[in-house]
Design a binder for this molecule. Structure first.
Ligand code: ADP
Length: 476
């Protein structure tokens, strides 16, 4: 028989088997107890029989001596020649000198009477009947005799057999009832699982808003449903984010593509001077550059999401990084007549992946230059503070309105869509900067007041290299 697949059937079978074992053990114990009780009462009767037998024996022998009719016969007759009893008496050399009771005569156990068991013992007759017997020595008229009394176990055995049959027959019945009851119970108990399964089947990528029925939230199934529902909520949010990300990415890619196409169309419309063509090709290259930057950013973010970014932490000074980035972007600042100042003392050292951190600082400084007005002052400051290494990018540009602040690190988010697009941002710079800082075990903070400027602060764990290494490992 193969074990059933369904949990319900398995539970019902286990229930039935467990009950069968318990009931069998119980029945066996009861049967043993009843058997003991029966033998105990049989043995009690045998003791009574023995006392009577000794009495008859004395009277019988006395009567024989007086040559009068045997009173033992009368005694036996008084007991109605009870067919369940044997009485006989033996001399030590094995002669039977007294024999009364039931037919057929009780065979003698092997050996001399002195060696026969003194305890109550069983004897099997040739006709199949079982006899319980008791042998004890007695002194009668100065002579030693062994008196044996016996009783048939037939009635006791029959009763025991009937009782065992009743118990035996009720076992399959108890098993069947237990399996049926177990099945009903399991069905009821597992009902929530069925409704959860039915509901879960309906949940697809398009219907992630569906939730499993929780039933009683504090029982095991309710808790399971709760955990799965939480996972579904997270999955739904992740899907939403992914969908938005894909839509936004497609949208952002379209803009430069449309620009390239229209520039191309304009170029084909009629003959133009070489200078015009140069200008058109220049704009096409500019848009292509923008597309490339965006594709690079998307690639970087997808690597960041999948955890595939390869980081190689090394020790370096933040001040040095600040100076390098400032000099890289100096040209852009100069174009707008802005000044970029680097305030960097020594001591702010970090163990981090330099290229990713450089990317973060680049994006922050690029934003400061991009969004600040002509002639603005921009400052990069590196310092060590309370075991942390800090790098700030401060500008006195337009600042960010409080309603935009919580969103500026989101992908494709731009506070001022029209202005940002004109200046070339796709809304990915801060998302990348934040990832880069966090991947190195730090955090990126922002403080900004509209009209007064913005401050972006990179906070990284500083201090001894072992500490930084440990921190970077635990946060990566
Ligand atoms: P973008 O590619 O548009 O620059 P970012 O993710 O770098 O995208 O920035 C998100 C938005 O935050 C920007 O569109 C801009 O509105 C705002 N922002 C970022 N840095 C500054 C800053 N230094 N001054 C003012 N606004 C800023």
């Amino acid at each position: 028989m193969s074990w059933p697949e369904s949990v319900r059937a398995r539970l019902a079978l286990w229930h039935g088997l467990a009950l069968l074992v318990v009931v069998s053990l119980y029945a066996a114990a009861v049967l043993l107890q009843v058997r003991d009780d029966m033998y105990e009462s049989l043995d009690g009767q045998l003791l009574g029989d023995y006392a009577l037998a000794v009495q008859w024996l004395r009277q019988d022998l006395a009567a024989a001596a007086a040559a009068s009719p045997a009173p033992a016969d009368q005694v036996l007759a008084r007991r109605g020649r009870d067919l369940a009893v044997w009485v006989d008496a033996w001399t030590p050399d094995g002669r039977r000198v007294f024999d009364r009771g039931r037919e057929p005569e009780l065979p003698a156990p092997p050996g001399l009477p002195a060696t026969w068991p003194r305890r109550f013992a069983g004897l099997r007759l040739p006709d199949g009947d079982h006899v319980r017997m008791l042998v004890r020595p007695v002194e009668v008229g100065g002579q030693r005799l062994y008196v044996r009394v016996g009783r048939s176990e037939r009635f006791a055995r029959r009763e025991l057999q009937e009782f065992a049959a009743v118990l035996g027959l009720s076992l399959p019945f108890a098993f069947a009832v237990a399996v049926a009851a177990g099945y009903v119970l399991a069905r009821r108990a597992l009902a929530p699982v069925e409704s959860m399964t039915a509901r879960a089947r309906r949940i697809t990528a398009d219907r992630l808003g569906e939730r499993l029925p929780a039933g009683n939230p504090s029982d095991e199934f309710g808790q399971l449903a709760g955990v799965i529902n939480d996972a579904l909520s997270r999955l739904e949010r992740a899907f939403d984010t992914l969908r938005r990300f894909t839509a936004d990415a497609a949208h952002e890619l379209r803009t430069p593509l449309t620009a390239i196409r229209s520039v191309g169309e304009v170029g084909l419309r009629g003959p133009r001077s070489e200078a015009d063509y140069r200008e058109l090709v220049g704009s096409i290259l500019e848009e292509t550059e923008r597309l490339t930057t965006m594709a690079d950013s998307l690639l970087l973010l997808s690597q960041a999401d999948s955890g595939a970014a390869d980081l190689h932490p090394a020790r370096f000074a933040l001040a040095e990084l600040a100076r390098e980035v400032a000099s890289d972007l100096e040209v852009l600042a100069e174009e707008k007549g802005q000044t970029v100042r680097v305030d960097a003392g020594t001591g702010a050292e970090v163990v981090a992946d330099r290229p990713t951190l450089r990317q973060a600082v680049l994006n922050l400084l690029d934003n400061a230059i991009k969004y600040s007005q002509e002639g603005a002052d921009i400052r990069l400051a590196a310092r060590a503070s309370d075991g942390a290494a800090i790098l700030e990018v401060v500008d006195n540009g337009p600042g960010i309105a409080p309603e935009h602040l919580p969103h500026i690190f989101e992908r494709f988010y731009r506070a001022d869509r029209a202005r940002s697009r004109a200046s070339g941002g796709a809304g990915l710079g801060l998302a990348i900067a934040q990832w880069a800082v966090e991947a190195n075990g730090g955090r990126l903070e922002v403080e900004s007041q509209p009209g007064r400027g913005s401050l972006f602060r990179i906070v990284l764990p500083g201090g001894p290299a072992e500490f930084i290494n440990q921190h970077a490992r635990s946060t990566s």
